[in-house]
Design a binder for this molecule. Sequence first.
Ligand SMILES: C[S@@+](CC[C@H](N)C(=O)[O-])C[C@H]1O[C@@H](n2cnc3c(N)ncnc32)[C@H](O)[C@@H]1O
Length: 234
Amino acid sequence: MGHSYAVTAEFYDLLQADDFRRLAERLTRRWLGTPRVGVLDVGAGTGLATALLAERTGLVVHAVEPSGPMRAVLLSRLAGNPQLLNRVRVHAVGVQDVGLTAAADFAWCVNTMACLDPEERAEGLAAIRAALVPGGRLVVQRPPHRVEPPWELPSRRLGDDLYTGQVTCADAGPDRATWRFTYRVTHGDQVVREARESFEVHLAQPPAFAAELRAAGLDPVGEDEPEIVIASAR
Ligand SMILES: C[S@@+](CC[C@H](N)C(=O)[O-])C[C@H]1O[C@@H](n2cnc3c(N)ncnc32)[C@H](O)[C@@H]1O
C-alpha cells in the first residue's frame, strides 16, 4: 500500500476516527487483558489506538509508523497529551525493520496488513513475534481477501463545509487490488476542493494468512469481527 498517505493524513481523523475508536474500544475491552511488559502498535497511523493503549495499560507503547504524514498527526496528538509523552516510543520504520526483542506482551495491528506485500508480511509477522514475549498476545486484522464493492466514509461538517470520502476498489492482478480514495469538500452545491490518493493493497485468503501466522510462531487462538485474528506467541 506504500507509505505515502500524503493526501489521506489530512482527512483520516475527521472521517475515520469515530468508527475506529468504537472498534478499538470494543476489541480492547475483550482482548487487551492486563499486559505487564509493553505494547506494540503496528501501523499506528494517526495514533488513535496508540493513545488508547497507553492510557489503558500505563506501559510503554512502541508505535510503528513508516509514513511521515501519518506520524505528523500522531506526534501532534501526543504533543497535546503530555502524560503520554514519556510512554510512547515512535519507530519511523516499517514493522519488518523495527528490531524489537521481547519488548511487549500485547501487539495490535488493525487496518494495516493490507499495506504489506507477501514478503513484507512474512518479515513483519516474524518481527512482531520477536517483539513479543512467549505467551504474548497479538490482535491482528487479516488482509482483505477479495476486491470489495465501493463504500462511503462517514461524512463530517466543518464550519459550513461538508467533508466526504469515497473508496473504490479495483482488481490489480493476482492477490492485489487498488483502493482509490476520493475526498471532497463541498459548500452547498459547490465542490470547494477534491483530493485523491490510491493505494496498492495485498490480498490473502484467511487460511493462508493463518498459516503465515503459524509459520512466524504466532498461533491463532481466537477470532473477532471484522476479520480479526487473535494469536499467541509460541
Ligand atoms: C489504513 S492506516 C491504519 C492506521 C491505524 N492502524 C488505524 O486503523 O487507524 C495503515 C497504516 O499502516 C502503515 N503502514 C504501511 N506499511 C507499514 C509497515 N510495513 N509497517 C507498519 N506500518 C505500515 C501506513 O503508513 C498507515 O499509517
